[in-house]
Design a protein around this ligand. Structure first.
Ligand SMILES: [Zn+2]
Length: 120
């Protein structure tokens, strides 16, 4: 079950991070590459989301309609392809670190800290 607030927040993040050429937004880097990875690994399920993500990679996210952005965002949330922030330190997860964060269940800083503690 996806909540509207969650969905709208993700749509806003996609739009704003795409425009963020100066890297002002935390975690904005790596967005297009992440979408490409989702396509290459067949991780998106909905055909509208797949088509929209392909368009985003080739033409740019700024050319997507709100409906297309919504399709991508909804598919990310439905298929656990998005983590907003680290559950431990509440750091915003960068797109470029999304895959590792989803795999580990936390951000890479926390993974690193944990490994350090385990080795001591
Ligand atoms: Zn963390």
């Amino acid at each position: 079950m996806v909540y509207n607030t969650e969905l709208n927040a993700l749509i806003d993040r996609l739009k704003n991070d795409d425009k963020d050429s100066e890297n002002v937004n935390p975690g904005s880097w790596g967005l297009t590459e992440y979408l490409k990875t989702l396509i290459d690994n067949n991780q998106l399920q909905d055909s509208a989301a797949i088509g929209s993500a392909k368009k985003a990679v080739t033409d740019g996210i700024s050319l997507l309609s709100d409906a297309q952005l919504k399709a991508i965002a909804l598919d990310m949330l439905n298929n656990d392809l998005y983590m907003k922030e680290c559950p431990n330190c509440f750091e915003i997860i960068a797109w470029g670190e999304m895959r590792i964060a989803l795999f580990e269940g936390q951000c890479y800083h926390c993974v690193y800290q944990q490994e350090k503690i385990e080795q001591e």
